[in-house]
Design a protein around this ligand. Structure first.
Ligand SMILES: Nc1ncnc2c1ncn2[C@@H]1O[C@H](COP(=O)(O)OP(=O)(O)O)[C@@H](O)[C@H]1O
Ligand SMILES: [Mg+2]
Length: 356
């Protein structure tokens, strides 16, 4: 008697453990017997299909699943005694793509019901979509300058080279498009290196004033050529940072400030410190960014005005690179902007970087 008790207790324990595992799964699971009565269903299934799992045990699956066009598949799986796999879109409570795998159960060579597992593929599909969009975007960005290079070269070969003025003009266009391709490929390489975390982070204590000064110096001439005033208001801070990263962040933000600010405007670099962060700001008095575009400008190839960006030599990747670089150092970036007034980009870096 004692031995039987022990066995029952052990059995109960292992059932409990099994139930805990099934409940903890983030895949939905349901088990029905040969009569279609639900024997087991987990919470993930409930939230996926928005169904009350507590009330489902002991009822026929049809009562709950007929709305989802699942019943015929369950029936077929049991009748034919073969596993089935299908993808089904769900629209409620959220739009999702779910993969269902149905496996028949046999006991003593008899049909004994089935187990169905449901996996949410939405995030996976979303990644696939992003990748596809990215490849399409890159191809498009490469195609435009290439078409132009091939076209102008053909015209030159066909005879246009004999007129010196035309020849020079076309060569200049070819050169300009070549430079654009070079920038694009270089930005793409940067982005892929950063994304695959191939860039080692080298944190060192440096003077922010010095870093800002170095970058500003390389841009002064271009600023003057466009009659833009460049002001700096940089606190004398020594902070731990990856100098190359911060430099590239600043270069990209300043290039934008310069490109999107009309002649006669003002660009300011500001650095200050608060309790836990140091802040790097680039402000301009330029064309500004409409509020509806602001959340998207950090996406790859997103531009408010395509033609304007291209004319300024932009690749549409500058801010995507900046955002990655900021995040590598556990920082955050945000933008405030008003159309026709200007923009402020604020990068916030943690001062305590012991864990980076
Ligand atoms: N300082 C700014 N003022 C106005 N618009 C800006 C500014 N910075 C970025 N933008 C907008 O965000 C878009 C994305 O910026 P970015 O990733 O650097 O690409 P781009 O190569 O086009 O400059 C730009 O095309 C532009 O529309
Ligand atoms: Mg840019």
């Amino acid at each position: 008697m004692e031995a039987l008790n022990q066995k029952l207790i052990a059995l109960q324990e292992s059932t409990n453990q099994m139930n805990s595992v099934i409940e903890a799964l983030d895949t939905g699971m349901i088990m029905v017997d040969q009569n279609g009565i639900i024997k087991l269903v987990n919470r993930s299934f409930g939230s996926m299909f928005d169904l009350p799992v507590d009330q489902m045990i002991g009822t026929h699956y049809d009562a709950y699943l007929s709305n989802y066009n699942l019943s015929p598949f369950l029936l077929k799986c049991m009748e034919t005694n073969t596993p089935k796999r299908l993808e089904m879109p769900l629209f409620y409570p959220q739009e999702r793509m779910v993969e269902a795998s149905l496996t028949p159960i046999q006991e003593n060579n008899q049909q004994a019901g089935l187990v169905a597992i449901f996996r949410d593929l939405t995030a996976f599909r979303h990644l696939e979509d992003l990748r596809r969009d990215f490849v399409a975007n890159v191809s498009h960005e490469l195609k435009t300058p290439l078409t132009s290079i091939v076209g102008f070269t053909e015209t030159l070969l066909d005879g246009a080279r004999k007129d010196p003025d035309t020849c020079k003009e076309f060569l200049q266009i070819i050169y300009k498009e070549g430079l654009r391709l070079q920038r694009l490929v270089s930005d793409l390489l940067d982005l892929s290196k950063i994304e695959s975390k191939q860039i080692p982070i080298k944190m060192e204590i440096v003077s922010v004033q010095m870093v800002v000064h170095d970058v500003v110096e390389t841009l002064v001439e271009q600023m003057q050529a466009k009659n833009l005033r460049l002001l700096t208001d940089v606190a004398p801070l020594m902070v731990k940072m990856d100098t190359d990263c911060v430099r590239q962040i600043l270069v990209n933000l300043l290039a934008n400030a310069m490109n999107y600010t009309p002649v006669g405007g003002k660009v300011t670099v500001k650095v200050k410190q608060n309790k836990q962060h140091w802040l790097l700001q680039v402000m301009d008095t330029g064309i500004g960014i409409p509020e509806s575009d602001q959340p998207r400008i950090f996406e790859r190839f997103y531009r408010v005005d395509k033609a304007r960006s291209r004319n300024s030599g932009g690749t549409g990747l500058g801010l995507a690179i900046v955002k990655h670089l900021v995040e590598l150092q556990h920082g955050e970036i945000e933008v405030e902007s008003a159309v026709g007034k200007g923009s402020i980009f604020t990068v916030r870096f943690p001062l305590d970087v012991s864990e980076i």
